[in-house]
Design a protein. Structure first.
Length: 127
């Protein structure tokens, strides 16, 4: 199986896992946060796989840059989450949590916007 197809499957499964995690949180089941966190890791892996695939479905430099930025931002958010989960005090008092969280909060929307811009540009050029 090609790396691009694996990336697409990982993105789709990641979105489904995140949706299931938020559903569990709404139903007040305690492991909903863990499921949503695993889904975000799967989304980051799928975006990274699409970014480095030899012949990705999303061709172009802007799309690869957006997917790579999205993967890096999601990975930073997960690192901040893992560090904060092991603390017995307020995680916002820890510099690594704040730094990784801010980097993730900055890179994730930039990656989403770049990827969407590349997709809109690709589909607009077809017509």
């Amino acid at each position: 199986m090609e790396l691009g197809r694996i990336g697409i499957w990982l993105l789709a499964v990641g979105f489904a896992i995140v949706a299931a995690g938020y559903l569990l949180m709404v139903l007040a089941i305690p492991n909903g946060n863990l499921v949503a966190g695993i889904g975000i890791v799967v989304i980051a892996a799928g975006a990274a796989a699409l970014c480095v695939a030899p012949r990705p479905p999303f061709t172009g430099r802007i799309a690869r840059l957006g997917l790579g930025t999205l993967a890096a931002g999601a990975a930073c958010l997960e690192v901040a989450s893992v560090i904060a989960a092991g603390m017995t005090f307020d995680p916002l008092e820890s510099m690594p949590v704040v730094v990784f969280g801010l980097i993730g909060l900055a890179l994730t929307p930039i990656g989403v916007l770049l990827t969407l811009f590349a997709l809109v540009r690709r589909f607009a050029s077809r017509s």
